[in-house]
Design a protein around this ligand. Structure first.
Ligand SMILES: [Ca+2]
Length: 344
């Protein structure tokens, strides 16, 4: 199926001249510049006409285009870009349900700020930009904080169960063996007093949840298996979201707060290695009621339960790590686009 999708895409874009023209018109230089660094981000959904809410670019995909305006030299470029896009488009095509799709249940725990109890705020992609007067790009120093972006789980008793339309695969070949990523509202402290772009952190967090959180998974929505609490990272702790990163790529879980001490935004991003942050989880950590490991090929539900008091946790989104095959093809597509830009 993987190969079929790619072949179909390449055929569409390279054989049908009309489609080529439309594609070229759509992907003028500015579009490409905006698209490339975020090839696996939200903008990728621009091409999923069935998912209109992700169409951040209001420019319609299909525009009227006079064919006689096409220069032959441009045609080769179009073909090249088209082939590259066939790879890039692969991520949203294959893994349409990369994020939580629906809320099964929600219990507001103690200590949730007023208004932060809309569980649908956790559906879809993690925040890239915070709207409003005090908003701006989401980065590890500027986490999402609006009620439209995050939902409060609070402390003792808070709970949320989320459903995914496409099963989350238990795949040891995923980056670091992690299968899904939970994004919270934690942010790194700025400890050098520079809040105008030159901030440096000591690795501590100025917001985020501190309660113990039980993370469980289920294939049928009825029988849930806890992920071994000895292995699970803190939910709504490390790693603060970087809206410019890739939400499908986990941060290397070996990193600790101390590794970020003395780092500014560039240093943090270097450690993130392209990731959008978040806390990564593996389905392979699932255990039964006796604490015995259980093997789950895939799950469709993720449940979070706050077990005790502490600083209330808030959740932004959960992303699903795509199958490794997808990565390879997506990276190949991105590489082609990069080469195309270099030639200019
Ligand atoms: Ca959200």
């Amino acid at each position: 199926m993987v190969v079929l999708v790619v072949v179909a895409g390449a055929t569409d874009f390279s054989v049908k001249e009309k489609d080529e023209a439309s594609l070229m018109n759509c992907f003028h230089r500015d579009s490409l510049d905006a698209f490339i660094p975020r090839f696996a981000g939200i903008e990728g959904f621009l091409f999923q006409s069935s998912i209109s809410r992700w169409s951040l670019n209001s420019k319609p995909f299909r525009e009227n285009y006079s064919r006689n305006k096409i220069e032959r030299s441009a045609m080769k470029k179009v073909l090249f870009v088209s082939l590259a896009l066939a790879g890039v488009l692969f991520v949203p095509t294959l893994t349409r349900a990369q994020f939580a799709d629906s809320v099964v249940s929600y219990t507001e725990g103690s200590g949730v700020e007023s208004g932060y109890n809309d569980p649908t705020a956790v559906l879809g992609a993690p925040s890239q930009v915070t709207p409003g007067e005090y908003g701006g790009p989401v980065d590890p120093f500027d986490p999402p904080y609006l009620p439209s972006q995050i939902v409060g789980l609070g402390t003792n008793g808070g709970s949320i169960t989320l459903q995914f339309n496409a099963p989350i695969q238990n795949n040891p070949a995923n980056p670091f063996g992690l299968d899904f990523v939970i994004f919270g509202h934690a942010g790194f402290n700025i400890t050098n007093g520079d809040y105008s772009g030159g901030g440096i952190t000591d690795g501590s967090l100025f917001t985020g949840g501190t309660s113990d959180m039980r993370v469980s998974v289920s294939a049928d929505g009825t029988t849930f298996y806890t992920l071994n609490p000895l292995l699970t990272p803190v939910v709504d702790g490390l790693f603060p979201t970087d809206g410019s990163g890739n939400p499908f790529l986990p941060v290397n879980p070996i990193l600790t707060a101390a590794d970020f001490a003395g780092q500014g935004l560039a240093g943090i991003r270097a450690l993130y290695a392209g990731s959008a942050g978040g806390a990564g989880f593996s389905i392979a950590w699932a255990v039964n009621g006796s604490g015995q490991s259980v093997t789950l090929p895939s799950v469709d539900y993720v449940r979070l339960d706050v077990l005790n008091d502490g600083t209330p946790a808030y959740i932004d989104a959960i992303s699903v790590v795509p199958e490794p095959t997808t990565w390879t093809l997506a990276m190949a597509g991105a590489g082609l686009l990069w080469l195309q830009r270099r030639k200019k």
